[in-house]
Design a protein around this ligand. Structure first.
Ligand code: NDP
Length: 321
C-alpha cells in the first residue's frame, strides 16, 4: 500500500514514517527541501527507506504543490504545519500555511481517486480553548471545539492555537463539501525520543520548563508520547471504523509533578528552588481517553516518556551526560 506523509522531516512525522515503513507501506514523503541533509538523513536511514521511501518537494503555500506526492496514495497523513509560539507576522508565518496549506493538501486529495482516507494532525489547541470552565469534574472530549475569539485572547502561543483551530475548521468544511473521509488526531504537548538531529519546539520546552513556568503550582501540563501519537495516526488510517476526531492526551498533570520527575532524571532540568517550591497535587481537569483507546492506543506511562526524552536529549548533545 502507498501512503503520503506531509512534513515528513518533523518530530511527529519522522516517527510516523518509521512506523509506516516498519508496517510495509511505501511512503511518499514531502519535505520543503529534499537536499537538506539535516532534515532528511535520518529518514533515509530508516529500515526499509532504501526500498520504500520516496521524498518529494512540497510547500504548504504553493498551490498544487502536493499533487505529485498524493498521486497514487491510499492514505494521506497531513502533519505539516508551522509550530512556532511567537511570530512577527502571524498571518504569513502561521495562519496561512496552516489553513491554506491544509486546504491545498485536501485539494490534491480530491484529484486522485486512489485516496481513501486523510488523517490530519490537528491539536488539543483546536479543542480546549473555548472559555468553558475547567475543574476536576470536567472531562474534555472530542465534542469540544476551540473558539477563534478565545484563541486570540489565549495567554500562551495564541497565533499557533488560532492557526490549528482555523486549520481544523477549514479541513472539516472542505472534507464535508468534497466527500473526503477525514480523521483528525488531536495531541497535546508531544514529547519522547527524537529521531531527527534537531530539536522540535515541544521537546525543547522540556529543557526550559524551569524558566518558563511562573507559578509551578498553578500550571497544568498536558502531554502525549510521540510513539503513541504516531501509532494513533497509523490506527486512524488502518481501522475501518475510525472516524471524526481523537483527543490524544496521555497525561493531564500538574507541572509540579513533572518538575519533581525531571529533577530526579537530570537535576539541571529543575533547580533546587523550583524543586522546593513544587507541591505535587491532583490534576484540575481530565481529557477523555475513551475514543483514543478504542483505536488501540495504550498510553505510555509519563515516567517512561520523560525518561526517554531526557535520554534522547543527552544522546543528541542537548544535555550533559
Ligand atoms: P516540527 O516542527 O518538528 O514539524 C513541523 C513540520 O511542518 C516540519 O516538517 C516542517 O517542514 C513542516 N512545515 C512547516 N511549514 C511548512 C511549509 N510552509 N510548507 C511545508 N512544510 C512546512 O513539529 P511537530 O512534529 O512537533 O508537529 C507536527 C504537527 O503536529 C504539526 O501539525 C503540529 O501542529 C502538530 N502538533 C504538534 C504537537 C507537539 O506538541 N509537537 C501537539 C499537537 C499537534 P520543514 O522541516 O521544512 O521545516
Amino acid at each position: 500500500k502507498v501512503v503520503c506523509v506531509t512534513g515528513a522531516s518533523g518530530f511527529i512525522a519522522s516517527w510516523l514514517v518509521k512506523l509506516l515503513l516498519q508496517r510495509g507501506y511505501t511512503v511518499k514523503a514531502t519535505v520543503r527541501d529534499p537536499n537538506d541533509s539535516k532534515k532528511t538523513e535520518h529518514l533515509r536511514a530508516l529500515d526499509g527507506a532504501n526500498e520504500r521511501l520516496h521524498l518529494f518537494q512540497a510547500d504548504l503555500i504553493e498551490e498544487g504543490s502536493f499533487d505529485a506526492a498524493v498521486d497514487g496514495c491510499e492514505g494521506v497523513f497531513h502533519t505539516a504545519s508551522p509550530v512556532l509560539f511567537s511570530a512577527n507576522n502571524p498571518q504569513a508565518e502561521l495562519i496561512d500555511p496552516a489553513v491554506k496549506g491544509t486546504v491545498n493538501v485536501l485539494k490534491s486529495c480530491v484529484k486522485f481517486a486512489t485516496v481513501k482516507r486523510v488523517v490530519l494532525t490537528s491539536s488539543m489547541a483546536a479543542v480546549i480553548v473555548n472559555g468553558r470552565p475547567l475543574n476536576p469534574d470536567v472531562v474534555v472530549d472530542e465534542t469540544w471545539f476551540s473558539d477563534p475569539f478565545f484563541c486570540e485572547n489565549f495567554k500562551i502561543a495564541k497565533w499557533y492555537v488560532l492557526s490549528k483551530t482555523l486549520a481544523e475548521e477549514a479541513a472539516w468544511k472542505f472534507a464535508e463539501g468534497n466527500g473526503i473521509d477525514l480523521v483528525t488526531i488531536n495531541p497535546s504537548y508531544v514529547i519522547g525520543p527524537l529521531l531527527q538531529p534537531s530539536l522540535n519546539l515541544t521537546v525543547e520546552m522540556i529543557l526550559n520548563l524551569k524558566n518558563d513556568i511562573e507559578d509551578v503550582n498553578s500550571s497544568i501540563y498536558l502531554c502525549s508520547d510521540v510513539r503513541d501519537v504516531a501509532s494513533a495516526h497509523v490506527q486512524a488510517f488502518e481501522v475501518p471504523s475510525a472516524n471524526g476526531r481523537y483527543c490524544l492526551v496521555g497525561h493531564v498533570i500538574p507541572m509540579a509533578n513533572v518538575l519533581k520527575i525531571l529533577h530526579e532524571l537530570h537535576p539541571s532540568l529543575c533547580p533546587p528552588e523550583k524543586y522546593e517550591e513544587a507541591n505535587p497535587s491532583e490534576p484540575t481537569y481530565q481529557v477523555s481517553q475513551e475514543k483514543a483507546k478504542s483505536l488501540g492506543v495504550n498510553f505510555l506511562p509519563l515516567e517512561v516518556s520523560l525518561r526517554d526524552t531526557v535520554e534522547s536529549l543527552k544522546e543528541k548533545g542537548f544535555l550533559k551526560v
